[in-house]
Design a binder for this molecule. Sequence first.
Ligand code: GLN
Length: 185
Amino acid sequence: MSAIGVLALQGAFREHEDVLSDLGAECFEIRKRADLDRPMDGLVIPGGESTVMGKLIRDMGMAGPLRAKIEGGMPVLGTCAGMILLAEDVVGGTSCLGTMPVTVRRNAYGRQLGSFSARGNFCGREIPLEFIRAPAVASVGEGVSVLCEHDGLPVAVRYGNQIATAFHPELTDDRTVHSMFLGEL
Ligand code: GLN
């Protein structure tokens, strides 16, 4: 069985744990730097508030170790704020881990349309898309593939071992995104 570390500093981490457990993966919460020393087969960075999470990651000295794991090939799934933390460039915020060559724009859908549901084609499968004050992917660098689009913009991307979504797959019953992530392990 695989052990997935779920970054549990802030945000919607419990929902990811529920989905991963449902799919048969073992999870543990990463709350402090020492938790990063535990054997880990994959990492989830949840949605929440990227500014808060980014500050905690830096203040707790976790940015370097997390970056090293991701750059070393550890499978990672970042959702919403998690996508922002992975992005190399952040419009309206600061880049934190910067391991994925994409530019994202924070809170791109404006106030009124801040949260909405849609459906989209994720690698040939129609899945529900839950957006909550989501970032938009403004541009993707070389080697990044687009897994899903909404309104002509990428909303799920992949760069090697890294998968990032602007939406929240952990808030629906659909398991496609997490299954793809676990398939990487
Ligand atoms: N708007 C949040 C941010 O900029 C992301 C929202 C979310 O993760 N649901 O960090």
